[in-house]
Design a protein. Structure first.
Length: 276
């Protein structure tokens, strides 16, 4: 465990890039072999705007990374944060750190984006994808990248997480997000059992259903326990899931980078349906 944390403390940028690109490539290939559904779309054309927003997310996080590093270093130097209250075995310290980073930096951030109207308008860029696959994972408006970074920074400060644990968490977050957005067909029982611990493809696809209440459910990214613990878990048969957002149904417009960049500045529209 110590060697693992030391590796992530000094993980080269090249290795982080390999994790990002390697994950997308792996799940892209698996999608071709065992898709959840045969999506009638041109995969590369669909991927282009998603790759654009993946690149902007990388840039935002790259230029702000020094804030994470400085905050993590300050908490370690001053013994500040929840993780410093009681001395823990290293393995438990790491597991608890990753769990709580996921809770604040992913689950809580995601829930707030759905409940605060201006943030929902920003997050809409992600939900307006009509063909959810592994490239959808990082389809985030640059403003959303800032929001999510802010929650991660807050988590690092509150927890007092060292940079090695933060980098481990972020690497897991990238790969698990690519996994749970991927258009892959896990055996039903495997998906169900796995979803008690991790967010699975089917569990997250329910979140991408176009109408409430399912859109406002299954907020988790790595761990499924938060949705089950806080009552935000829902289930919907895969055959019933329709991707997109009810009040922004124009697929052509939702596929153009220019339109998506302007999305947060449109007028808020109240959901039209309360779902099946």
């Amino acid at each position: 465990m110590e060697n693992l944390i030391q590796y992530f403390e000094n993980i080269p940028s090249l290795h982080r890039s390999i994790i990002l690109v390697g994950g997308i490539t792996l799940f892209w290939l698996i999608e071709g072999l065992v898709p959840t559904r045969k999506l009638a779309y041109k995969k590369w054309r669909h991927a282009l705007p998603n790759f654009f927003f993946t690149a902007t997310s990388v840039l935002v996080n790259f230029f702000l990374a020094f804030l994470l590093l400085n905050t993590a270093d300050w908490t370690q130097a001053n013994g500040f944060g929840i993780l410093h209250i009681v001395a823990l075995p290293l393995w438990l310290y790491v597991v608890l750190g990753v769990l709580l980073l996921d809770f604040i930096g992913a689950y809580l951030a995601h829930l707030v984006e759905h409940k605060v109207k201006p943030l929902w308008m920003v997050h809409l860029v992600h939900h307006s994808d009509h063909h959810v696959d592994t490239t959808t994972a990082n389809r985030h408006h640059p403003l959303e990248s800032l929001v999510r970074f802010s929650f991660t920074l807050l988590a690092v400060f509150i927890l007092g997480a060292p940079i090695g644990v933060v980098m481990l968490y972020q690497s897991l977050s990238v790969v698990l997000s690519q996994f749970n957005h991927a258009n892959i067909n896990l055996p039903v029982k495997l998906d169900q059992w796995l979803s008690y611990v991790l967010v699975t493809p089917h569990m997250h696809k329910v979140h991408h259903h176009y109408v409430l209440p399912h859109t406002d459910s299954n907020y988790g990214n790595i761990f499924a326990i938060w949705d089950r613990l806080f009552g935000t878990y829902t289930y919907l048969d895969a055959a019933c899931i329709v991707y997109g957002v009810d009040v922004f149904p124009n697929e052509e417009e939702n596929s153009r980078v220019g339109s998506l960049l302007k999305q947060p500045f449109q007028s808020y529209q109240k959901p039209t349906t309360q779902a099946q």
